[in-house]
Design a protein around this ligand. Structure first.
Ligand code: G1P
Length: 293
């Protein structure tokens, strides 16, 4: 039987250069989507998939991430003294429990593969999930949950997949697929990081959620630089695929790439409209703004 997926790695060391000056002093993962940091949504997705330990690969200037997932003792005692029960409950519900978070640093920006490798000792010898925090994936069934469910049947390694416009393949890891296993689950027979449209095996791209076997760490340890001069996770996955199968789970929800200005604004609108407490106000205001031009 496949081992349970208990741990998740969140690579949060990126410099956020696409979002300057907003990200000069504030990590991009902490930028607010409605009233919560973008990263909180991704941690919640992991929790909903049964993840018990949250591993953050951070970097210099990212200390607020650790503070956010800690208990804010002074704040919580002040809220308790003022009888602000609702705010207290909110903080408690979103905080991972004591001892369930780990933080390590990626000392140099050498790429996603290197960031994941930095978590090797904390993950240890068990399969684990990786969630790219730029990608907010919205669906009634959280993406990682569907992948964990598929994994219980297939074992191996699992990638979240979505279709992109064929002209956009150079922005993503793109896969070739084989046999269909069940609805929305199929074999992955090839992968290539950031191919030109003419060299892409399909328009199915890896959209930011992974379940990987720990063997990947040995391969990452000696992975040569690939696309963009970076150590690419996709390149080591391709080597791992020679000995351990990969499957894709097609995500049927909507993904917002909050690393882009448009995606970030779209996420704010979509998540705000999804909230019962503010839906009517936001919908009304948006219509008014559009009507005014
Ligand atoms: C990374 C991965 C790529 C994946 C993408 C999803 O690229 O390397 O395979 O498709 O995330 O966002 P990056 O966005 O870091 O360039």
């Amino acid at each position: 039987m496949s081992k349970r997926i208990r741990k998740a790695v969140f690579p949060v060391a990126g410099l956020g250069t696409r979002f300057l000056p907003a990200t000069k002093a504030v990590p991009k993962e902490m930028m607010t989507v409605v009233d919560r940091p973008a990263l909180q949504y991704v941690v919640d997705e992991a929790k909903a998939a049964g993840i018990e330990h949250f591993i953050f690969v951070t970097g210099r200037g990212k200390e607020v991430i650790e503070n956010h997932f800690d208990m804010a003792f002074e704040l919580e005692s002040t809220l308790a003294a003022r009888n602000k029960k609702e705010a207290l409950e909110l903080l408690k519900a979103e905080r991972p429990g004591a001892g369930t978070t780990s933080f390590t640093r990626q000392q140099e920006p050498l790429g996603l593969g290197h960031a994941v490798w930095c978590a090797r000792d904390i993950v240890g010898d068990e399969p684990f999930a990786v969630l790219l925090p730029d990608m907010l994936m919205k669906h009634h069934t959280p993406c990682l949950k569907s992948m964990v469910e598929a994994y219980a049947t297939t074992g191996g390694n699992i990638l979240s997949l979505e279709e992109c416009d064929p002209s956009m393949t150079h922005q993503y890891g793109v896969v070739a697929t084989g046999k269909t296993i069940s609805e929305d689950v199929f074999e992955v027979t090839g992968m290539v990081e950031k191919p030109k449209p003419s060299e892409a095996p399909s328009n199915l791209f890896i959209s930011g959620r992974y379940i990987l076997q720990p063997k990947i760490f040995e391969l990452l340890a000696n992975q040569e630089k690939g696309a963009g001069g970076e150590i690419q996770l996709t390149d080591s996955m391709l080597r791992l695929a020679k000995e351990d199968p990969f499957y894709g789970v097609r995500f049927r929800g909507t993904t917002y790439d909050t690393g882009t200005k448009l995606g970030f604004l779209q996420a704010n609108v979509a998540y705000a409209l999804d909230r019962k407490d503010i839906h009517a106000d936001i919908a009304g205001e948006l219509s008014a703004i559009i009507a005014k031009g």
